[in-house]
Ligand binder design. Structure first.
Ligand code: UD1
Length: 434
């Protein structure tokens, strides 16, 4: 019997997936080059996110190849979106006959693709397994539980993930602690990201002398080493700002929660400018609830340099612009004084960057960012939001450490583990193992 190349489908769907998939594709190619391997990766984009700045921009920023297959499922209710992916992905599986499907994260497509594959007896590897918020009101929690229950290889980012899976009865042999794959992308891209012009475009690299730069808000700069020489780079003179992301349905689809968060944020805005690349869901909800007064919608990120501190009207607004690509956002995050967020991945990225993170949720599926990192939970409580910001502005931010296994080599570990066991299984099934 002739041996065919192992074919691995890698699934990407929504914005938080792309930075998890890029290191995997790269690691497969490196593995092939180092081991004379012939693993054939097939990149499938389900199209759950489809706007240029929610999807295409990430492909170019992360140097991801064009998807081999695009399902174009788009938005819909949870049932519609999950159902469409299930139907379309099953057709891809029947046509491609892969040896393995790799899914990442916890979006609706993660669940749908897993379900389609296991029904056809195709092994599934779940990257970022074992995370639990223990809040089943979150659609992502349902996606995580079902995906983990069905997967054959569960790759966890931190030991709490292993513990959760073991408690749910997943056999130990299926669980592999490999670290956080988002950190692979972050470390791979950080130096490059710091060279984008987003700080200039937002008027944050001010040449103007402002007393506030040195008195009320002394700026601390992330330590910056030149990779080639190892020398410390001089700090970038950046106006202090808070960076906001906010899009969880529990926060933005509920008028009371969005109102409470906005109330806290407006008080913060009087102390430090808040920059908000606004998610389409949040923009719709702000308009629906008639809360536009609290937000200044800038038509683009190409703002003329604005002195956010001296214009009284600007102090009363949250400054919104279109969602950013990966590199611009990473640059903005790396230079932020504070990050306020309800995202999952940003809690991890701020821990790696040692930037204070105030999470607008009452639970987290990433508890290691609370115990070791820079993260703190405030939910939608305006007083807590303001109190945590005040601590940071007074120089009392909590100091974190980066979990040791978050070292930028997670994808390599995953591909090495899979290459050994999946290739063996494929050869066994095709009768090539003596
Ligand atoms: C999804 C994920 C969430 C992730 C988030 C990151 C699920 C259940 N949720 O939530 O875990 O944190 O992505 O963004 O999978 N829309 C656009 N353009 C787009 C995509 C969406 O305008 O490219 C609009 C649509 O009107 C859509 C809404 O945003 O109805 C929400 O999109 P959807 O994919 O349903 O969920 P997210 O809130 O983005």
């Amino acid at each position: 019997m002739t041996k065919t190349s192992p074919k691995w489908i890698v699934v990407a769907a929504a914005r938080p997936n792309f930075m998890k998939v890029a290191p995997l594709i790269r690691a497969i190619h490196v593995h092939n080059a180092l081991n004379k391997g012939d693993i054939h990766p097939v990149l499938v984009h389900t199209g759950q996110h489809y706007d240029v700045n929610m999807s295409d921009a990430f492909f170019s920023d992360l140097r991801l190849p064009e998807p081999d297959v695009h399902l174009g499922v788009g938005s819909g209710t949870h049932g519609e979106q999950t159902g469409k992916v299930l139907i379309e992905f099953e057709k891809v599986l029947s046509r491609e006959q892969p040896d393995l499907v790799i899914v990442v994260g916890d979006v609706n497509s993660t669940l749908a693709c897993t379900l389609a594959a296991v029904k056809l007896h195709i092994p599934v590897a779940h990257v970022e397994a074992g995370l639990r918020s223990f809040d089943r009101d979150m659609p992502e929690e349902i996606n995580r539980l079902v995906t983990d229950a069905l997967s054959d290889y569960l790759f966890t980012p931190s030991p709490d993930g292993d513990e959760n899976l073991l408690k749910e009865g997943i056999p130990k042999e299926k669980i592999f602690l490999v670290g956080d794959i988002m950190v692979d992308s972050l470390l791979f891209s950080l130096e490059h990201a710091k060279k984008t012009d987003i700080l200039e475009r937002l008027g944050l690299k001010s040449n103007k002398e402002s007393p506030l730069l040195t008195s009320a808000f002394p700026v601390e700069f992330p330590t910056n080493r030149d990779h080639s020489t190892g020398d410390l780079r001089p700090p970038t003179p950046v106006m202090p700002y808070a960076l906001l992301t906010l899009h969880r349905p529990s926060n933005v689809d509920n008028k009371t929660s969005l109102g409470r968060i906005t109330q806290g944020l407006l008080e913060v805005a009087s102390k430090i400018p808040i920059l908000f690349p606004i998610h389409p869901r949040t923009k719709k909800q702000v308009e629906l609830f008639g809360m536009e007064n609290a937000f200044e919608f800038h038509p683009s990120v190409d703002l003329s340099p604005v002195d956010y501190y001296e214009d009284m009207t600007l102090k009363k607004k949250i400054h919104c612009f279109e969602p950013l690509g990966y590199l611009d956002f990473l640059n903005l995050m790396a230079h932020a004084k504070i990050v306020l967020t309800d995202s999952g991945g940003i809690q991890e990225e701020t821990t790696v960057l040692n930037i204070p993170c105030i999470t607008l949720r009452d639970t987290t599926e990433r508890p290691i960012t609370l115990t070791q990192g820079t993260n703190v939970l405030v939910h939608d409580d305006p007083e807590k939001i303001v109190a945590e910001v005040t601590k940071i502005l007074e120089g009392k931010a909590r100091q974190g450490i980066c979990p040791s296994i978050w070292d930028g080599h997670t994808a390599e570990r995953i591909v090495n583990i899979l290459a050994k066991s999946v290739i063996l299984r494929t050869e066994w099934n095709s009768g090539n193992v003596p």
